[in-house]
Design a protein around this ligand. Structure first.
Ligand SMILES: Cc1ncc(C[n+]2csc(CCOP(=O)(O)OP(=O)(O)O)c2C)c(N)n1
Ligand SMILES: [Mg+2]
Length: 358
């Protein structure tokens, strides 16, 4: 099952989970479908696509049937329209009839509200001999999930001079509570958030800009989330480049007494673009000026920490959580880590390697 934002808008979290459990279906998610099932659920496979988990990639490639739920077949989740393949059977459920077969041919098209339609499918499944154990499928899913968890664990426990963004997300996962919200700016931050931020309960907890495109979205969007009065804390993850686009909005946080815990991933570069430069031209072109965003934050009357290692990061996150005002945590990170699977593969093959997807 690949679940998109349509399922979230229809609040179909319970029905998606119930159908997945009844038939042992792994649940892969899009950016706007993230959180439809908690990540620690055995069938919760997380983010699907070119920016996604390796378990989602494996399961999407190996499935014989792909059930698209409230999902518009966007570029990321379909690996730039390579999945579903023509060999896979496609069932597509969407509230908008025009979506069915618009991008991929659907073997079965279902037009309806996600919550209502999944509830009906559950009822039909219960009446047929479908509600049963599928041990082989369970093993297939559990093995894929475990492989990815081990892969992430290795990334997290690696020691290097610079923190990896994966380690920053791990530190955030350690402290974040189920009701907290993570807002991400465009570029890699959205990828780090979507792939590595753990959804501890079902529901929408991740806000990313559409198409991961508009840099500078992060801080204004986080201000919106804080002003809306969410139950939990609001976190913002932004790159050093994009954060500078709208950094003046720190004044809004100060003026309205709103609280956002801000993590700036400083790789001193337009990371996404520099990766493309390196992969396509084997050349690095950019450097961004060194800005101390912790000091910038203090200049706006807010709190700021500049952190290097894991210990300093955990301490700053704890301080930020306790505080009543907004905090900027400026984290110096390595440039050569990316949440884009195609980039990772291409850099492994070294230079002049055209990127297969994204
Ligand atoms: C408004 C806007 N301008 C330019 C771009 C093109 N662009 C995409 S990613 C990127 C680099 C972003 O750098 P940074 O915010 O530091 O994040 P990083 O990729 O380093 O994690 C740029 C310039 C964009 N997406 N949006
Ligand atoms: Mg950057």
């Amino acid at each position: 099952m690949i679940v998109g934002g349509g399922a979230m808008l229809s609040r179909a979290e319970a029905e998606v989970t119930a159908l997945a459990e009844a038939l042992t279906i792994p649940v892969l998610q899009t950016f706007t479908g993230r959180g439809v099932i908690p990540d620690d659920h055995p069938l919760g496979i997380g983010m699907a696509g070119g920016i996604g988990t390796l378990s989602a990639k494996q399961l999407a490639e190996e499935a014989d049937v792909v059930f698209l739920v409230g999902f518009k077949s966007g570029q990321n989740t379909t690996f730039t329209w390579q999945i579903p393949t023509s060999q896979q059977t496609v069932i597509h459920l969407d509230i908008d009839e025009a979506e069915i077969g618009r991008v991929f041919q659907a073997d079965v098209g279902l037009v309806g509200d996600a919550k209502a339609t999944l509830a009906k499918m559950l009822q039909l499944a219960a009446e047929k001999p479908l509600h049963r154990e599928y041990p082989e499928r369970q093993e297939w899913i559990a093995a894929a999930k475990k492989n990815w968890e081990e892969y992430v664990q290795a990334e997290i426990s690696a020691e290097s001079e610079w923190l990896k963004p994966q380690q920053v997300l791990d530190a955030l996962n350690q402290i974040a509570q189920p009701d907290d919200i993570l807002v991400c700016d465009a570029s890699f931050s959205s990828g780090w958030g979507a792939v590595y931020f753990k959804h501890k309960a079902a529901g929408r907890r991740l806000l990313t800009p559409r198409g991961l495109a508009g840099l500078g979205f992060g801080l204004p969007a986080a201000i919106g989330a804080a002003a809306a009065g969410t139950r939990g804390e609001v976190y913002l993850l932004a790159g050093d480049g994009g954060f500078a686009y709208t950094v003046g909005e720190l004044a809004t946080l100060q003026a309205y007494g709103l609280k956002v815990n801000i993590l700036v991933l400083d790789n001193r570069n337009w990371g996404w673009m520099e990766w493309l430069n390196k992969l396509n031209y084997d050349k690095e072109y950019f450097d961004l000026p060194a800005v101390d965003f912790a000091k910038v934050s203090a200049g706006f009357g807010l709190r700021g920490f500049r952190v290097k290692g894991k210990k300093q990061l955990a301490e700053a996150l704890a301080e930020a959580r306790k505080a009543t005002v907004s905090t900027v945590i400026h984290v110096d990170t390595t440039l050569w880590e990316t949440p884009v699977l195609g980039f990772r593969e291409a850099i492994g093959r070294r230079q002049n390697a055209p990127v297969k997807y994204m």
